[in-house]
Design a protein around this ligand. Structure first.
Ligand code: PRT
Ligand code: ZN
Length: 292
């Protein structure tokens, strides 16, 4: 009886960003996994109505520490934060959002080479990752750690270069800087405490199964098209499909309907080839969940 009670009461604790760039996508991912939570205002934590999970809202920089300590079992944070903090964690899955890169930038008129960095002062909020890069490249430079507005450092004479996150590049441009080296491509990842018990592990497995189905669906499209039967072989040859495409006869004699699944990355190339091969009435439909 005690065991049963424990099972019913046990909840997986997930830490997500309280507000900021990862907040909306983290909540959306949980929602797409069928986990309904009411994120009532400024609450520190909330519970899902239909999955044994408690959601903690925290600052992104604190999430790796909380997960390492077991205050949260799992969490969502940017790789930049996860690897900078050097915590003992498992990275379970890349989540495909919060994409950016940690890069070195210098004044737009500098004649940059890696050796140029020798003896220079570099401002950053990522001293660990920057030092690892400098060590890899055998460059000796001075790291000046600052916590915000890194991009203004060269302009006010505080540093010769910066190492900061870049996404569109417009912040660099506005500050007269150019990106010269990417030291870490980054996106949001699901991280886990290393010592989860079996019950929590099995909940994480359930959640991961759902996350993967959502991710797979996002990167694939369902495609339907009509084709004259004499062109079918050519058209089918262009379609990967989960196994092989489904082919159904149309009411009009000599025509068939072909259904398949396409990866987003190959999408436009294949559509063009399908049209050239004689496909007509092509419909492309989003997939909600995809379990392979
Ligand atoms: O309050 P809290 O500490 O939780 O939030 P925060 O302000 O520290 O983080 P936040 O919300 O800004 O970012 C959270 C995470 O989003 C980061 O850790 C990254 O993993 C990811 N991310 C993705 C970014 C960016 N893109 C990004 N562009 N984080 C920051 N930036 C900043 C960058 O530092 C620079 O100032 O945006 C500016 C550059 O943007 P562009 O588009 O001009 O190049
Ligand atoms: Zn932060």
């Amino acid at each position: 009886m005690v065991g049963l009670f424990y099972l019913i009461d046990m909840k997986l604790k997930i830490a997500i960003q309280k507000s900021g760039r990862l907040y909306d996508d983290s909540l959306r991912l949980l929602k797409e996994c069928g986990i309904i939570i009411s994120n009532g205002g400024n609450k520190l934590k909330t519970e899902a109505a239909n999955f044994p999970i408690e959601v903690y809202f925290l600052r992104d920089d604190d999430i790796p520490q909380y997960v390492e300590d077991g205050v949260a079992d799992i969490g969502i944070a940017g790789e930049n934060v996860v690897y900078e903090k050097k915590k003992k964690l498992e990275v379970l899955e890349k989540l495909g959002f919060g994409k950016c890169r940690l890069s070195i930038a210098v004044g737009k008129n500098e004649n940059f080479s890696r050796q140029w960095l020798n003896g220079k002062k570099i401002a950053t909020s990522y001293p660990v990752l920057l030092q690892q890069y400098l060590d890899r490249q055998k460059i000796s430079a001075e790291i000046h750690e600052i916590s915000g507005s890194v991009e203004i450092a060269p302009g006010i004479g505080l540093a010769d270069a910066i190492c900061d996150l870049v996404s569109s590049g417009s912040t660099l441009l506005t500050n007269g800087l150019k990106e010269v080296e990417t030291i870490l491509p980054s996106q949001a990842v699901l991280i886990s405490n290393k010592n989860l018990d079996d019950d929590r592990r099995s909940l994480v497995k359930k959640l991961l199964f759902r996350i993967r189905a959502v991710q797979k669906a996002r990167s694939n499209k369902y495609i339907l098209l009509n084709a004259p039967n004499e062109k079918l072989d050519d058209i089918i040859g262009l379609l990967p499909g989960m196994k092989s495409p489904t082919v159904l006869p149309l009411a009009i004699k000599g025509w068939s309907s072909v259904h398949s699944v396409l990866e987003e990355d190959d999408f436009w190339d294949i559509i063009e080839q399908l049209k050239e091969a004689g496909a007509q009435g092509i419909l492309v439909v989003p997939i909600e969940k995809m379990i392979v």
